[in-house]
Ligand binder design. Structure first.
Ligand SMILES: NC(=O)c1ccc[n+]([C@@H]2O[C@H](COP(=O)([O-])OP(=O)(O)OC[C@H]3O[C@@H](n4cnc5c(N)ncnc54)[C@H](OP(=O)(O)O)[C@@H]3O)[C@@H](O)[C@H]2O)c1
Length: 203
């Protein structure tokens, strides 16, 4: 798939490595196209680098891996170009209020298929999703249909098991998993190598 990743550092870079290994074509959308670190990463992954507008135009899937406080402005500026895209919101707004940007996407890109994913675990668990023999789950939500198949494949390509909790009305639930991760990793001192697993029993 052609994947635009807005943001090219910790989360953007980690996901890009996994997806490039899985054979996807990556374009980073950044503010400074000539940034040597971004250029080096792109070269390593045979990816390309462009402006945010160029990346959004390139991607069948557009992943937001930028700071939460840059989301409103970025979505407002590029909303109409997102309308036919699969959008993955991985960004967390940390200042109180909703951590996700579903309201901004609804306002500026009502035609986009928006998924909330890759926001609820630290990046280390995307880089290494196995805990011994156990594969970590990644909770996500978003509309049913082809977009969900695409997002699930991208989650599997990172090495996680996709765990859908419903459509975008469940976004607060996915964000609460992120809050749980913070509470355990930092509040309870369990550290960042921490993820979740759903257990079921056949009856
Ligand atoms: N780190 C984690 O473990 C983790 C896990 C899950 C979700 N997240 C979320 O993922 C997002 C990115 O986190 P990160 O840790 O990858 O942060 P980061 O390492 O600081 O990277 C942020 C990236 O966004 C770019 N950026 C900043 N402002 C921008 C703007 N206005 N427009 C376009 N690009 C902009 C930065 O590029 P410049 O060089 O231009 O500043 C940089 O490439 C955050 O919302 C965070 O909450 C992080």
């Amino acid at each position: 798939m052609k994947i635009a990743i807005l943001g090219a550092k910790i989360i953007g870079g980690t996901l890009a490595r996994k997806w490039a290994q899985a054979g996807h074509r990556i374009m980073f959308g950044v503010r400074s196209v000539d940034n040597p670190e971004t250029q080096a990463l792109a070269q390593e992954l045979a990816a390309s680098v462009g402006t945010v507008a160029e990346a959004v135009a390139f991607g069948e899937v557009v992943v937001f891996a930028i700071p939460g406080n840059a989301m409103t402005e970025t979505i407002a500026a590029h909303g109409s170009a997102l309308n036919d895209k699969i959008v993955i919101d991985a960004a967390n707004r940390m200042g109180g209020g909703a951590m996700n940007s579903a309201a901004d996407f609804a306002a500026h890109a009502p035609g986009a298929q928006v998924y909330r994913a890759f926001n609820s675990l630290g990046w280390e668990n995307f880089e290494q999703p196995m805990f011994g023999d156990l594969q970590a789950d990644l909770f996500y939500c978003g509309p049913a249909g082809v977009g969900r198949n695409v997002v699930e494949q991208l989650i599997r390509d990172v090495g996680l098991r996709p765990m859908c909790v419903g459509d975008l009305r469940q976004v607060g639930l996915v964000d609460a998993i992120g809050s749980l991760w913070f509470a355990l990793a930092f509040g309870q001192g369990m550290g960042r190598q921490l993820a979740f697993k759903v257990l079921t029993r056949q009856t």
